[in-house]
Design a protein around this ligand. Sequence first.
Ligand code: DC
Length: 226
Amino acid sequence: MNNAMAGVPVITLDGPTASGKGSVADGVAHALGFHVLDSGALYRLTALDAERLGIDLDDEAELAACALALSPTFTASRIFMDSRDVTDAIRAERIGNLASTIAPYPALRAALLDRQRAFRRAPGLVADGRDMGTVVFPDADLKVFLVADVAARADRRYRQLIERGAPADLDVIAHELCDRDARDANRTTSPLVAAADAMTIDSSALGLQDVIERVLELARAAGIGR
Ligand code: DC
């Protein structure tokens, strides 16, 4: 970490697929005026580009090179790769599953490390993912581990897909969530696990605003924000 980054506060939000991390991260960042890192988007962008380039999913070196070569542009609501708007393409369940399949490769994870840390800019950052508090920002000022039971998460994902007009089957979604949880949690490199100093919030029975408020309360208690 360079000195300029040392004083910039970071809140990490880790947790399983569809636990609501992204929406909570956006809400917390908005309330505090902080930047957001959606680290899953970087894994999804790598998966999308690897597919476009026809890279063999067993070829760790080529996948890492693909991750290193990414040149995405993040605007307030869209993500561009070169001049292509890939916002919707990376949200497809197929690309999420592909991202989870290639994410265990240490070389690929290493290739994305500096890119993720570069999001740490004043006045602060809210970073969501699987290893934000354990690996990418181990010195974060507040670490939250967001969980929710499979039924609640499958229901949320189902509603998101229906809203987008995408095909959705609740049973298939629940099944794929469990598979993805197992893959993300059981890999040896940077597995999905709560940092020892993380605060766990179970959002199964909570609304989005309730979770955002809880995180903001924890942030205030940690002396973060305005
Ligand atoms: O958060 P998401 O669903 O957009 O992430 C897609 C996949 O990317 C996830 O299943 C595993 C991988 N990922 C990861 O390994 N580490 C992260 N910090 C974020 C995502």
